[in-house]
Design a protein around this ligand. Structure first.
Ligand SMILES: [Zn+2]
Length: 249
């Protein structure tokens, strides 16, 4: 069994064939943790969780959302669905899309709110950090929280910092071609790695729609980079994810 710790199967890109995509994942022995973002994404994700036994959920909000009502509603919905979900996320900081210092401060405020919520609800965090690794890691140094860093784009020192704080780093299928991700995999111990697709994004084939079965390509690529059997990568990443999310199957 493989676990895709981060996907967006509720997105409109899957409206025409969602059922088949989820069935394909099930046949491939893949369990998917869908990340529902914002009120709409949360409701859609919860309905997927209730309908399919290979779909689980984390709930969060895009770091680029600044509307107070939407943020408040998201927090309320996460509280309401506390017992239906495995974690909070994705939440975090994105400095790639957000350049304005005032907006970056707002991002940090929202991020802090979700960190507090994760403590309050005793749920682990899936963090989106794009070009914002330094601030995310500095913030995490003040906490002692279970964290998966998704979409990690930091340098090797930052990766080392992150794993010394006990963070897991999720590797996407784009590792198939991305030299930067390949180097990251080389540096990381297997104990710190989990697998994600971020479907429909980060496809192994640029500009095509990604889907959970592609996680097998990620597993195979990591095995090749580390020169180990793919069964070992599968077992280790699945165990890491199960432990992190306290997932009892
Ligand atoms: Zn995502």
């Amino acid at each position: 069994m493989l676990i895709d710790v981060h996907a967006h199967l509720d997105f409109p890109q899957f409206d025409s064939d969602r059922e088949q995509i989820i069935e394909k994942a099930r046949k491939g022995g893949i369990l998917v943790i869908n990340s529902g973002m914002g009120p709409d994404g949360i409701e859609k994700t919860i309905s997927l969780v209730k309908r399919y036994d290979n779909i689980f959920a984390t709930l969060g909000l895009s770091p680029q959302e600044f509307e107070k009502e939407i943020i408040d509603e998201t927090v309320e919905l996460i509280r309401r669905y506390r017992n239906d979900i495995l974690g909070i996320g994705e939440v975090g900081l994105d400095y790639y899309w957000i350049k304005d210092p005032h907006e970056r401060r707002k991002e940090l405020e929202n991020f802090n709110r979700f960190i507090e919520l994760s403590r309050e609800l005793e749920l682990p965090l899936v963090i989106h950090s794009r070009d914002a690794e330094e601030d995310v890691i500095n913030r995490l140094k003040e906490e002692n929280l279970p964290v998966i860093l998704h979409s990690f784009s930091g340098n090797p020192e930052q990766a080392e910092d992150a794993i010394s704080l006990g963070c897991l780093i999720s590797i996407p299928a784009s590792v198939v071609y991305s030299k930067k991700k390949q180097k990251l995999v080389e540096d990381l111990p297997l104990e710190s790695i989990v697998l994600e697709t971020d479907a429909p994004y980060l496809s192994p084939k640029p500009r095509t729609r990604n889907e959970p079965v592609n996680i097998k390509l990620t597993r195979d690529k990591i095995a090749k980079i580390k020169g180990i059997d793919k069964a070992i990568v599968e077992e280790s990443t699945t165990e890491n994810a199960k432990r992190f999310f306290d997932l009892k199957l």
